[in-house]
Design a protein around this ligand. Structure first.
Ligand SMILES: Cc1ncc(COP(=O)(O)O)c(C=O)c1O
Length: 426
């Protein structure tokens, strides 16, 4: 039955669509998905870092059902309570000053909106993004995306006015520096951009993931993001933090920016916001978002009532079940254990992360990316009932992103399987 479905899918779905496993899901609950044969898997991918409250959380399912029974679609014709209530509630969890919202459907769409907003408000054209970043696949977002050349190949030309600067990837520093003697060349590079390539006063915005997602779950040095904030302030550049993957509690805080003590001018939010229903947001200050006149941006489906109801319930579940604290505790425990595993397995080159956004980088011959080793590890883990996904340009990094409801015993069970898989791969 599973093989048949996959065969049929191949006939009718584009070959561009990559589905990471051959699991055909019959049902899902919490951290588990179950296939048609009744085999259970622990989903430590959270459906690409999205089901932060776990699959099919009962309170979220209930909110979805209730809303679907009363009103499903507005298309910006009617007012409805969930849209406004969600904006009010989001304003309570976003960084200070971020209190106005435009809701759309996907991460890429929020990124598009944020770029348009930044150009509109500043009247400037330049956009600076960071090498290794992933911001989506629509043309504006793909113009920023450099996590892998396959997202760019054969699509030229991209949006004009976009420039890239290196993301601080300290394990593989672009400038060959060591963390202990780092002179922050990646930050200096921005100054060089301004001197050689685009005048700072013509830059509308910088867009950066506060923790790199698809690019390899990389945590930048705090000083880098703080300097970036100051640089933007100095030149009147809007700082856009793309929290599509790092937001909604993933790092143990509502938003990753809180770890670095900086606030954005604009932020993009998606993935975990509605526990799997399609919803995203451009969030900013009243001052900035009220500069958009009526009709400057819009949507048919964005802020769908059912998705908004799911998002309202998502915020409630994160709060009432203390999921930020859980992500911090369980994530901290996972990092500690992974570091022990690293000490006895030279193929584990680096372990890094915040909360339950954890990167495990595999290497061979000292620091060469070990993609084939990782593939074996993922295959073995899957066989044993653990879903893990890779990231990074060389596909040698596990992005460990279980639902924020995961318990310590469950993460340990997953790490037991992973450790065994690592042992077998060596
Ligand atoms: C940081 C970041 N921005 C934007 C996107 C694009 O989101 P979507 O796939 O919903 O368009 C992603 C998706 O992985 C992401 O991780």
């Amino acid at each position: 039955m599973e093989d048949d479905l996959i065969k049929r899918a191949r006939e009718v779905l584009t070959t561009a669509l990559v589905i990471h496993t051959d699991i055909v899901v019959k049902k899902a609950q919490g951290i588990y998905v179950e296939d048609a044969n009744g085999k259970r898997y622990m989903d430590f991918s959270s459906g690409l870092a999205t089901t932060n409250t776990g699959h099919n959380h009962p309170l979220i399912v209930e909110a979805i059902k209730k809303q679907a029974e009363s009103f499903i679609h507005s298309g910006c014709i009617f007012h409805y309570e969930p849209l406004t209530v969600l904006a009010e509630n989001m304003g309570k969890v976003t960084p200070e000053g971020i209190d106005m919202f435009f809701f759309s459907n996907s991460g890429a769409e929020a990124v598009e909106g944020s770029l348009k907003l930044a150009r509109f408000v500043t009247g400037r054209k330049g956009i600076i993004a960071f090498t290794g970043g992933f911001h989506g696949r629509t043309f504006g977002a793909a113009s920023l995306t450099t996590s892998n050349i396959r997202y760019r190949k054969s699509y030229l030309p991209f949006l004009p006015g976009v420039y890239h600067s290196p993301y601080p990837y300290c394990f593989r520093c672009y400038f060959g520096q060591k963390p202990q003697s780092c002179s922050m060349d990646c930050y200096e590079y921005l100054e060089r951009l301004f001197k050689h390539i685009i005048p700072a006063e013509e830059v509308a915005c910088m867009i950066i993931e506060p923790v790199l997602g698809e690019g390899g779950y990389i945590v930048p040095p705090e000083a880098f993001l703080r300097n970036l904030r100051q640089l933007c302030d100095r030149w009147g550049i809007l700082l856009i933090l793309d929290e599509v993957q790092s937001g909604m509690g993933r790092t143990g805080r509502w938003f990753a920016s809180e770890h670095f003590g900086i606030a954005p001018d604009i932020m993009t939010i998606a993935k975990g916001i509605a526990s799997g229903l399609p919803l995203s947001a451009v969030a900013s200050t009243k001052t900035i978002l009220s500069k958009w006149p009526p009709g400057a941006h819009g949507t048919t489906f964005g802020g769908n009532p059912v998705a908004c109801a799911a998002a309202i319930a998502t915020i409630k579940v994160i709060e009432e079940e203390n999921l930020l604290e859980n992500a911090t505790l369980v994530g901290g425990h996972a990092i500690e254990r992974l570091n022990t595993i690293k000490d006895s397995h030279p193929c584990v080159g680096d372990v890094r992360g915040l909360g339950l956004m954890i990167g495990i980088e595999f290497v061979k011959n000292d620091k060469e990316p070990y993609a084939e080793g990782l593939k074996n590890i993922l295959d073995y883990s899957l066989e044993r009932g653990l879903v893990l996904i890779e990231s990074g340009v060389d596909k040698n990094i596990i992005r460990l992103a279980p639902p924020l409801i995961v318990r310590k015993e469950e993460i340990d069970r997953g790490l037991d399987i992973l450790e065994e898989a690592i042992r077998k791969a060596n």
